[in-house]
Design a protein around this ligand. Sequence first.
Ligand code: B12
Ligand code: SF4
Ligand code: SF4
Length: 400
Amino acid sequence: MTISTSSPTPATAADQIRARAQALGFDACRFTSVEQAWPAQARLAEFVAAGRHGEMGWMADTAERRAHPKAMWPGATSAIVLGVNYGPDADPLAILAETDRGAISVYAQGDDYHELIKGRLKQLAGWIVGRFGGELKVFVDTAPLMEKPLAEQAGLGWQGKHTNLVSREFGSWLFLGAILTELDLTPDAASGDHCGQCRACLDICPTAAFPAPYQLDARRCISYLTIELKGPIPREFRPALGNRIYGCDDCLAVCPWNKFAQASHELRLQARDALKAPVLADLARLDDAAFRALFARSPVKRIGRERFVRNVLYAIGNSDEAGLAAVAEGLLGDPSALVRGAAVWALSRLIARGAFEALRAAHLPAEADAAVREEWTQPSPSPSGRLKDDPGDPDHIAGS
Ligand code: B12
Ligand code: SF4
Ligand code: SF4
């Protein structure tokens, strides 16, 4: 392919790229230089040194390259930072009251945004190279590039106290993507921090995952616990999960800047009916094939059936719906130890002590997995905060 490149000024190139990005369906497109040092580098180092990335070992492994766009690619001169609005069309927190149903976070109720954005970034990149030349690289989420500080520097918004990028126009609901390029593009101004005295996101967090404003300990975040963590979720966090079975939107949803947000116009990102308020009992019964069929093209597919059913069982354990005990009991013989262990925990929260002990007597002797054995021997208080004792149990204290 012969590439004929014109020599536009940095400003006209930026204007043309922005117009093209909008035509391709991006809701925001702004520019920043990557030549200067930034505070994100030291903050990432502190985050990793404190172990706040938990099991996301890839963050520590790539920390050096992730620390700055120039470390990622020394040839980069400018960044084109792009946003896609995924604003919900209803209150994302309303589902939390429906305890027999699962809450899937807004970002995962439609098609996988990575696919949508990557496709568009490549289209935009091809157009830029054809028009202006220069090498470039495209990023959405998975590469070692810190997208939020880049977006903040380009003025798409600011990193709020919940650490996500908040936009005056789209609130918390902006997916980010970036293109690093050799082109010298006129940078846009940063927007500055508009959190003020507000701390709504910090106060609502069910697991107290913010050690300080603007800092997240991922190990406590429900998004990390339900999506990234592979083993059993630590017992201390399980009650706080409520019915959140994939990700969490609480800190995003309470942000007052959402008052300016609009529902996404992207058909592919809109919530599928089946994922808006799925029935926990149905989800717990999914086998591998049914899981893959239900979550085809969805980000949820990534965690696989075992981790997903683990989450569903914790939600069942939090439901206070005795009728769901039979569903958990049906999974006590599941081939996955992760699922079996979560089923034991759910039962320990839903059934009376005597019934639990009878099940333990039937299942514990044949249980080979140490973690599942531990679940059998450490029953939990019920969601209403007390052990469900059988009437007549000598340990039972009425009204406790
Ligand atoms: C790792 C990761 C996670 C981890 C860790 C999250 C985190 N906050 O770092 C987990 C699994 C928990 C996660 C969860 C979510 N994620 Co995520 N995640 C990422 C990823 C891959 C890297 C983020 C990163 O670099 N973290 C490292 C730490 C050091 O960064 P940080 O917390 O932002 O730290 C900054 C601040 O703490 C600040 N800071 C620190 N100290 C101080 C002190 C002061 C005074 C100040 C002012 C600032 C400050 O500076 C640091 C550097 O900028 C990005 C994609 C990417 N490649 O960038 C997506 C990304 C951040 N995730 C995204 C989303 C949508 C989510 C969820 C909303 C999904 C959900 N609904 O469940 C939640 C939100 C949870 C939350 N409150 O952050 C979007 C966010 C879009 C946006 N508008 O910001 C991104 C950008 C993906 C994308 N391409 O769109 N995620
Ligand atoms: S996503 Fe949920 S758990 Fe994570 S920091 Fe926000 S409110 Fe807390
Ligand atoms: S909820 Fe308040 S403190 Fe949190 S990001 Fe939004 S404006 Fe900032």
